[in-house]
Design a protein around this ligand. Structure first.
Ligand code: SAH
Ligand code: SF4
Ligand code: F3S
Length: 457
């Protein structure tokens, strides 16, 4: 679909929506990673252009969009049950449109399931095809049949409108897809090969956000550091870092094989790039890393860690670990635990391996029993919690810069925010701090959060 066709579909839907007299509501549910959050902002942008207004009650919606995740079985089952919950909305309001987007809708077997068992789903759109939302809606409200778009043209690099909701924080997708085919992972199959946005587009967007007062910008990509258009990622990051203003730049997720010396050099000299690096290790065993097709060894990974800590001693490191990968022996798991104790990450996101249909690892014979994987997972969580707490302790007694996000859900007087290194901090404050950099004196450290007192706004 070219931009002129999309524009025509947007106008046609808008006209029909306006003809009804009152504005129609859109309700969007997002699962999965930040890249999906960013895609939802584009779905919302398109919906607004078609005349829909946000509603936080699905009962009042004329359009419900679910942006789905396929990374683990649990994510898919949860999504299917949420979709099931919207059945009664459709019964109460037969003109309601329900669209399912995102990674799950690029899997043939899930689309078949939606077609057969969820008759109230009107259409699906793959992550590559989200730019076809206006066409899918127009088709359906013009009397077309339910449509499950599997091979729609690639729209990810199209200039789609973005309706951000993050206030002082913003995501900027700079590349899409993945070429790495880690043997456990569904992403390359559902998000296709790597495509990068032209650097001029990215630079223009980031400058506009800074001018609008956004304070925290996260560059996104499944493999953000393999960004390559007319320039590579280190060059782009250096260009962005040179934009004047009061803001921090983050980026995720990086692949260790692309954590080049050039990138480390940019981080070493950067003014705005935060002192935080999220670098998934996945396993501390070279034999498991080999079978995962990660294309680095533990030693290669450790050399990146050493260089990062050399150039930025204040850098916080976080990682992803999978336990229970097929064939993971007790020794392999001990290698991972040893790596965690040696490296001492500030935080770790750990996952129990989940077989994904169509990936090589799902076909491996020596799958690990759930009890074994569960016990390893619990031990990893416990030991890493101690390490994370220990990594936070040196901040006690220090004054740190924090970007205030607002009150917590449970207590309106307790606010939360993040340090430049991305650490969560709780403090007493009022609404005047929101979206501002403030100085907080850290009084207490836990594994997953710091507690402090505001000393200057
Ligand atoms: N592109 C990023 C993020 C991928 S998804 C990267 O390469 O790191 C986020 C995390 O989910 C991965 O780092 C991995 O730890 C985890 N993950 C991916 N597939 C998984 C699977 N089949 N089972 C369990 N965890 C998985
Ligand atoms: Fe998945 Fe590996 Fe690509 Fe990350 S690098 S998205 S884990 S295939
Ligand atoms: Fe999930 Fe797709 Fe992100 S599978 S983790 S939403 S790339």
């Amino acid at each position: 679909m070219d931009n002129a066709e999309r524009r025509a579909a947007i106008e046609a839907v808008k006209e029909k929506n306006i003809a009804g007299g009152k504005p129609l509501g859109v309700y969007i549910v997002t699962f999965g990673c930040q890249q999906n959050e960013a895609d939802s902002e584009r779905l919302r942008g398109l919906a607004h252009e078609m005349g829909y207004v946000d509603t936080d009650n699905p009962e009042n919606a004329a359009l419900i969009l679910l942006n789905t995740c396929a990374i683990r079985e649990h994510a898919e089952l949860k999504t299917l049950s949420v979709i099931g919950g919207f059945k009664k909305c459709k019964e109460n309001n037969p003109s309601l449109l329900i669209g399912v987007c995102g990674c799950m809708t690029a899997e043939g077997h899930r689309v078949d399931e939606l077609r057969r068992r969820y008759p109230y789903v009107d259409f699906t759109l793959t992550p590559a095809g989200i730019g076809d939302l206006p066409k899918a809606i127009l088709d359906r409200i013009s009397g077309g049949r339910r449509r499950f778009y599997m091979d729609a043209p690639d729209t990810v690099l199209d200039p789609l409108p973005v309706a951000r909701q993050g206030g002082h924080r913003a995501y900027v997708s700079i590349m899409f897809g993945c070429n790495n085919f880690c043997s456990y992972c569904i992403v390359p199959y559902v998000r296709d090969r790597e495509r990068s946005r032209p650097s001029a587009d990215v630079i223009r967007e980031v400058k506009a956000l800074i001018n609008d007062g956004v304070k925290d910008i996260t560059l996104l990509g499944q493999n953000v550091n393999s960004y390559r258009s007319d320039m590579d990622f280190p060059t782009l990051l250096a260009r962005l870092d040179a934009i004047p203003g009061e803001y921090v730049l983050r980026f995720m997720t990086s692949h260790p094989k692309d954590a080049s010396d050039a990138l480390i050099d940019v981080i070493a000299h950067a003014v705005h790039v935060e002192p935080h690096f999220h670098l998934p290790l996945q396993s501390g065993s070279d034999s498991v890393l080999g079978r995962m097709n990660r294309r680095y060894t533990l030693e290669k990974y450790m050399s990146v860690v050493r260089k990062l800590r050399d150039v930025r001693p204040d850098i916080a490191l976080s990682s992803d670990i999978i336990v229970g990968f097929p064939g993971e022996t007790d020794e392999d798991f001990e290698d991972t635990m040893r790596a965690l104790h040696t490296i001492r990450f500030d935080s770790v996101y750990s996952f129990i391996y989940s077989p994904r249909k169509g990936t090589p690892a799902a076909e491996m014979t020596d799958q690990i029993p759930a009890e074994v994987a569960g016990a390893r997972f619990t031990r990893l969580l416990e030991e890493q919690a101690d390490i994370s707490r220990e990594r936070n302790l040196p901040l006690v007694g220090k004054n740190v810069r924090v970007l205030s996000d607002g009150p917590s859900k449970t207590d309106p007087t307790v606010f939360s925010g993040r340090t430049d290194a991305g650490k969560l901090v709780h403090f007493k404050a009022d609404a005047s701090t929101v979206g501002k950099f403030i100085t907080v004196h850290i009084d207490r450290a836990e594994s997953f959060a710091l507690h402090g007192t505001v000393i200057s706004k």
